[in-house]
Design a protein around this ligand. Structure first.
Ligand SMILES: Cc1cc2nc3c(=O)[nH]c(=O)nc-3n(C[C@H](O)[C@H](O)[C@H](O)COP(=O)(O)O)c2cc1C
Length: 240
């Protein structure tokens, strides 16, 4: 399939073929493709839980309210936001910068390298650090005041940073689903789920958040609930 064909072929499939298993190694490769998705500040505040065991699939289906997509899924992926890992990810970025600069002392960095270093040592901590939401609101107010005089980044509050992290993993989920279509597999994204129970099932820490669960398998014709419906393009497309 061409890329356009892949985009058009992908549908949310609500019923998968029970007689057509899918290869977990191929699914794993699609998850790996998902990690190439663009993401905010390359912080990669995500984890992907590939559920293949029948007992966990059964429990997970129950936590997805036994929707037909979950009930008939051969495998499922839980897309998990790990905003709580920001320090670790900032460090990983700094380590990468150090590696690509040949292990130079940061004092000897050129302008671009210095900016990247400052970005992860100063800007990222300012952006991600919070304490009971208080620092977040303080940043929000400061940004708002500065913003009266010049353009400024506005995402200061805890809720803003949650959106930032969920936005990025959403792109990874879409990359995953398109990769699955490309290899002939089908998917259904689901947010009609009990996130708290899923967190417990996966033994996730307090700071982790479930973004969505993607059911995977191979479609049966009745797995597509009708023709694709979209609002007329002219209504959503604004040329400015
Ligand atoms: C974040 C998100 C959550 C969704 N949750 C569910 C869900 O819980 N159950 C379901 O059957 N479909 C779910 N969908 C699928 C949408 O209903 C579907 O994408 C939409 O109707 C358009 O259909 P299409 O994907 O076939 O183009 C979800 C889609 C997204 C992006």
């Amino acid at each position: 399939m061409t890329f356009t064909e892949v985009v058009n072929h992908r549908r949310s499939i609500r019923k998968f073929n029970p007689d057509k298993p899918i290869d977990s190694e191929i699914v794993k490769q699609c998850i790996q493709q998902a990690t190439i998705a663009p993401n905010s500040s390359n912080m990669q505040l995500w984890e992907f839980y590939h559920v293949t065991s029948s007992d966990k699939l059964k429990k997970l289906s129950n936590y997805c309210f036994d929707q037909s997509a979950a009930e008939t899924a051969q495998q499922m992926i839980v897309f998990v936001v790990r905003k709580d890992l920001w320090r670790k990810r900032a460090k990983a970025n700094l380590k990468h910068i150090n590696k690509v600069t040949g292990g130079k002392d940061p004092k000897d960095y050129n302008r671009r390298e210095k900016f990247a270093n400052t970005y992860y040592t100063k800007l990222i901590p300012i952006t991600y650090f919070d304490f009971l939401g208080i620092f977040g609101w303080l940043k929000y107010i400061i940004y708002w005041i500065i913003g009266l005089f010049r353009p400024i980044y506005r995402q200061g509050r805890k809720s803003d940073m949650r959106i930032v992290a969920h936005k990025s993993i959403g792109l990874a989920a879409q990359t995953f689903m398109l990769s699955m279509t490309d290899v002939g597999y089908d998917t259904c994204p689901m947010e009609g789920i009990d996130t708290l129970r899923i967190k417990k099932l996966l033994n996730l820490p307090f700071g982790a958040e479930i973004n969505m669960v993607v059911a995977c398998g191979i479609r049966v014709p009745e797995g597509i609930f009708g023709n694709r419906f979209r609002i007329p393009f002219e209504e959503v497309y604004k040329s400015v």
